[in-house]
Design a binder for this molecule. Sequence first.
Ligand code: SF4
Length: 965
Amino acid sequence: MKFAVLDLETTGHGADDDILQVGVVIVDEQLDIVKTYSSFVKPTVPIPTFITGLTGITEEMVKNAPELNDVLLDLIPLLDEAVLVAHNVGFDAGFLNQALDRCGYMHFTGRRLDTVELLRIFYPSITTYQLGAVAEQFGIDGHQHHQADSDAMATALIFIEITKKLRSLPLLTAQRLSALIDESKDLHWYLKQNETWIEQSTVFESAEFDYYRQFALRAKEWNEDKTPREEGSVNPLDGVTFEDYLAGIKERFQAKFEQYEERESQSAMFREVYAAMSEDKHLLIEAGTGTGKSLGYLIPALYYSVQSNSKIVVSTHTINLQEQLRQRDLPLLGEVLPFPFKASIFKGRGNYLCMRKFEGKLNAQDMVAPIEDPITAAQMVVWLSETETGDQEELNFGNRGPEFWATVASDADSCLNRACPWFKRCYYHRAKHESNIADVCITNHSMLFTDVQADHRLLPSYSHLVIDEAHHVEEVAGKHLGLSVHYFTLVQASQRLFRDSRSGLLPALRLKLQQEGDDHVQSWVETIDTVIPVFQEIKEHWDKLFELLYGFVANASDSVSEGGALVKRLHSGMLPKDWEDVLTVENNIYVELTRVTKSVEKMMNDVKDRVDDLSVQAQITDLNGAIRDLNRVKDELRIIIKLEDIHFVYWIEASSAYRHRSLQLFGAPVDVSTQLQKHFFDAKDSIILTSATLTVQKNFQYAEEQLGLVGYEQQGKLRTVLLPSPFHYREQALVVIPRDFPVLKGANVDDAYLEKLVGSLADAAAMTKGRMLVLFTSYKMLKQVYDPLKAHLDARGIGLLGQGIDSSNRTKLTRRFLQQPETVLLGTSSFWEGVDIPGEGLVCLAIVRLPFQPPNHPLVEAKSELLQRQKQNPFMKLSIPQAVIRFKQGFGRLVRTARDKGIVILYDTRVIDTYYGKHFLYSLPGPKIETMHTDQMVPRMQEWLSSGYSGTRAGEQTATLTKEE
Ligand code: SF4
């Protein structure tokens, strides 16, 4: 047996396109490369310019190349009795057969393997399958992407690595894998071959894994986890003052980092955080970029926690920051702190795999999507041999992966807890246990509020809390304390119960019960048979309700969201005209759902009392979870449809393309400050709220008002501290405002404005050689700019990437931006914060418009109305502060380290022409700000960038230790 690893470069993807280059690498059964072959092919059609740009293949290079037939004569013997391997094998095999056909040869009908599919299974955490990026991650030197010989070699080396990895897996894992994949597939054959190889070569199973219920697991039982310091031992901080502790840490930093220099603002942060914690005060602390904010709170928090034997909870908003704490800051602290400590990560329950459900799904072969689901399951089986956490964040799913995950994720309603055979290996209970014994528990804002709603039964009990990225707390609170019902909420919940006569929890339970010898079986089966048709009726009512609601939004939408959704506000306490039909249909749903859930609950209780079989009990537990979901949907729908709570704002969103199936109902509290006071500021001893963007015009008033902290400072319960960034913004950042630039009115962009903007962006990009991020406030405008800008940039050899055009994935776009040397990136909402491109990768940031929120979004509108009732000015009190915070976030993308130097072009002249413009400029951390005519911009930019800046030694250290918000 041999593997022929093939790569083809072609003139395009169509049936009329030609092969331009062939690369083949032959790998034998021992995984040795035994032969290589490559050749250009003379095409019969001209090579399109973009293909030459992509591959580097010119007409000149192929003009004397062999004809296709001659190349195939070389290729056919190589493919004889070979297994064809390619990266996206469908493409290469399709082109190969097309070529064979054209020249009158038989198709290749042998086995095929796809390295993309293999990577998904065997490298479940890899974040990209793009060949160039994978080759880089695998350390393959000298790879030239889009050259057939080099791509074939890279694919062959990747294939060899994958196969070696498969052969090193535990036999149980290999057996699980081959059992998952349909026997008719070539992938099954490949897995079986290697399973046999493992069987023959394995004498003892590795002690690295825990073998349990036919799974090989990396994580061992969690009851073996110990507390960080021996119980009853002397407190390591007895007699150690906070200043001694800081001095000790400083010494260790100096020993570790030769160039370490203390940063004033970080030192101030240590002391402020410690003072607030030990004096039971709340603290609002803005720490500019480069302060080293996370160490700024972790170092004092760990001292306070260990010294007082109390737990500190740290909450972040983004996964990026959580990962940064886990991967960078905590290990570093492990090296410099004078005592051992334990920090744990605790996320929402749905992030953890429920092994009981996963095992049940695999054993029952319950695969809804017959092609995708087995691959996702295989990916997870491999992942189990690697993961310590069972956290889905580590998995890179395919398209249907999230749906698969939803069926196997841990959830409170269907957990067997101590009765579960997996309890001691359960990932969720492990994370919970670790949080209980940890000194610091790191969680996220969502979890803080989920814990509040679960009466504080989820997080370990705490009285000291650090909230990082605190500018997001109010918004997350609003989401969690509010309600939302999507069309698919009920559809998915009822599909879990019944999909067809053989799949779904009810048919599965029916089958199982029929095998029981109990007298009640007949009546249980009758209950199931009676409720199943009712779900069909409920679904019909549900469709009718959502069609009616879609009528409301389609006929009279108030606004269109940034994503293009139609939005219609529903006023609380005021039922809309013609709402009676909605109420009637909702009532039908409510009554029917109550009836079915009650009869299923009654049956479940009876089964639970009479049947001991563990697998039946497990099915009842899952069913219980699904019934609770339905009850929740029913109750939340009723609350929204009644529109009764005057402290809430209600609205509908739907897309005109997907109509009622895209419809979502929302209910959100207008003001969350009272709830924040009740659950946090009045309930906890000390809360540290920090972010790089809390102040507006160097003032905390807006944050205090939003969070419900007004008056706490006067009572001596709150301190506010603004720490400047250690960066030298005056030398590092130049803000250019083209003062003659037209002001854009409303959301529509006219041709003259577009032309001027595109011309200016193209000139600036030519000067900076790409390396430019353009921030928009609307996706519509981004799309309008994309094509004309692309035409300008193409002519100057500069690439362009657009969010939602080249990819919707921020991480992928950022990576491509970094990999492609001279490129401009256009981004909207998510690019305003959280994108970190240090160094020369980003030289220029263009802000097209000030980031005001659309005033007619129902939530913004309701908040404005509340302010008006309080005799306050919503524009000054809400719109400006919100926009300033976002503007500061956007600005923060430019200078990420002490050595960065760059330019911000601000195309919105309202910053200099209006009375409120100063709020924006004065909120920035001190860059050089210049206004000029548009024509003067490029020469000035050139002058500024060529003047050079080398940063400072302290800055260098800052860049090493702190790269964060
Ligand atoms: S203990 Fe609960 S969450 Fe964990 S595996 Fe068992 S049923 Fe699933």
